[in-house]
Design a protein around this ligand. Structure first.
Ligand code: NI
Length: 179
């Protein structure tokens, strides 16, 4: 496995609409999936989309749980569908935007469909943090970075100022947006 170079905001590959992947995965794309898992773990991160490693393809890897034994999910041609209309504001970062964090509204729950790396269909539900990561990664396939989902430019901050964002998130949750 090889660590791949991560594209940073500004690189056009991050603004492109990624192409669907042909199934079954070719040997080259199996290697891409392995490399993406290694790159995500090394970063470290909890999700990575193929465009972030300069491959404009609809393939993501996600770490649904923490811990050394947690198996990453490889999802090919993913499609998300909101479940319910509950929206939560939460803190996100992105390996393509190092040292920054933002407050991003996401659906609390989503149904996710697609294929695993062996070509088997996947159809399952995700909630909370896992649902947030899926929404963030699938956005990458459509050329969307999380600041494009934020409600207010003040919701973006450097990580070392993130405690102000957390305070802001708490005020927003309490219905008091100012300042
Ligand atoms: Ni990202």
């Amino acid at each position: 496995m090889t660590l791949r170079k991560i594209a940073r905001m500004g690189h056009p590959v991050l603004w492109a609409q990624a192409r669907p992947v042909d199934l079954p995965l070719s040997a080259a794309l199996q290697t891409l999936a392995d490399d993406m898992i290694e790159t995500m773990r090394d970063a470290p991160g909890v999700g990575l989309a193929a465009p972030q490693v300069h491959e404009s393809l609809r393939l993501i890897v996600v770490q649904p749980e923490r811990g050394p034994d947690a198996q990453p999910l490889v999802l090919v041609n993913p499609v998300l569908e909101p479940v319910g209309d509950t929206i939560e504001i939460g803190l996100e970062g992105c390996l393509s935007m190092p040292d920054l964090q933002g407050l991003v509204p996401r659906f609390h729950a989503v149904r996710y469909r697609g294929f695993d790396r062996t070509g088997q269909p996947i159809d399952a539900l995700a909630e909370g943090f896992f649902a947030r990561v899926l929404q963030h990664e699938v956005d990458h396939l459509d050329g969307i970075l999380y600041p494009m989902r934020m409600r207010d430019p003040r919701d973006l901050a450097y990580t070392r100022e993130a405690r102000h964002l957390i305070e802001r998130m708490d005020r927003l949750a309490a219905g008091d947006p100012e300042p």
